[in-house]
Design a protein around this ligand. Structure first.
Ligand SMILES: [Mg+2]
Length: 297
């Protein structure tokens, strides 16, 4: 069902956006996206940005938003941005009361942990340079009992030795939190291993399932509600807009809010028509080829 910008603003007050494939493609804005966000803020609507990035924190996503051309003075603040990374750290801080977190991920994760006032522990340099680990060395490996949590995100810098150490932490009872379940992403003709593949490796080695934070997990939404004190807002005032059925639309379904699928990213007109009758897929409230056109006076 197509829907106009007016109908959306009549019905909803809180708009949650996925970023890639909805607002921008790599470093280019998607046609009409800047105008649509301007239109919403002009109408006094509240917007939030929720991305499954497991290697960028809140500030990095906000910087990208501005760099791409969505700069709107003080109308939109960094606190309206949520990445799977920033939400994972918020969850560790608020729900798990974590203080010292081991990072199985990239630098953006450590930066986000420090931004939120917690201690980030990265693997020793030696774990990168000397990546082998034999049985004797494994037996001798000392785990740090003051590390209370391990966050796993996408990383292309990991070694077997690091995996050995992480498995010891997880098996000794450290909280295991993962910020991304996307097994792969498309590079055009191939599927490249993503954060979900790394997570499953740790899950197998550590013998424990992680707490998953990114979309479609409702935990990311709960973080927004808590941090912006929106507990009293009825769910029918929210809408989630995204380009991926399994993450974005499923996220809306898990929360219990309306959703809009746009066909400007991963889901296209042709692949949507192939999957739309699949009973295992979530059903969006609206489907639109692109974000609704607006008239900016
Ligand atoms: Mg997307």
């Amino acid at each position: 069902m197509e829907v106009s910008a007016e109908a959306l603003t009549d019905k909803y007050n809180y708009f949650l956006f996925d970023c890639d494939g909805v607002l921008w493609d790599q470093e280019e804005p998607i046609e009409g996206a800047i105008e649509f966000i301007k239109y919403l803020t002009g109408k006094g609507k509240t917007v939030f940005f929720v991305t499954n990035s497991s290697w960028r924190g809140q500030i990095e996503v906000y910087e990208q938003f501005k760099r791409i051309g969505f700069e709107m003075g003080s109308e939109i603040e960094s606190s309206q941005f949520y990445s799977a990374t920033s939400s994972a750290v918020s969850y560790c801080k608020n729900a798990l009361k974590s203080k010292k977190i081991f990072v199985f991920g990239l630098e953006g994760v450590s930066a986000e942990i420090r931004r939120q006032g917690l201690e980030a522990v990265e693997p020793p340099k030696d774990y990168y340079e000397n990546s082998r680990c034999g049985e004797a060395e494994f037996e001798e490996m000392q785990s740090d009992p003051t590390i209370d949590t391990l966050i796993c995100g996408y990383t292309n810098k990991w070694t077997y030795k690091m995996l050995c150490y992480a498995s010891i932490l997880i098996r000794s009872g450290t909280h295991f939190v993962a910020s991304n379940i996307d097994n792969v992403w498309s590079t055009g003709t191939r599927q490249m291993p993503g954060g979900g593949s790394i997570m499953k490796m740790l899950e197998a080695a550590g013998g424990k399932k992680p707490i998953i934070i990114g979309k479609p997990s409702k935990i990311l939404f709960d973080t927004i509600i808590e941090e912006h004190k929106l507990e009293d807002v009825p769910l029918d005032e929210f809408i989630m807009i995204g380009d991926k059925l399994d993450t974005d639309i499923k996220f809306g379904e898990n929360i219990g809010i309306d959703t809009m699928l746009v066909l400007t990213g991963v889901t296209t007109k042709s692949n949507y028509s192939e999957t739309k009758d699949d009973p295992t897929k979530p059903v969006p409230t609206y489907v639109s080829e692109r974000l609704p056109e607006v008239n900016l006076e």
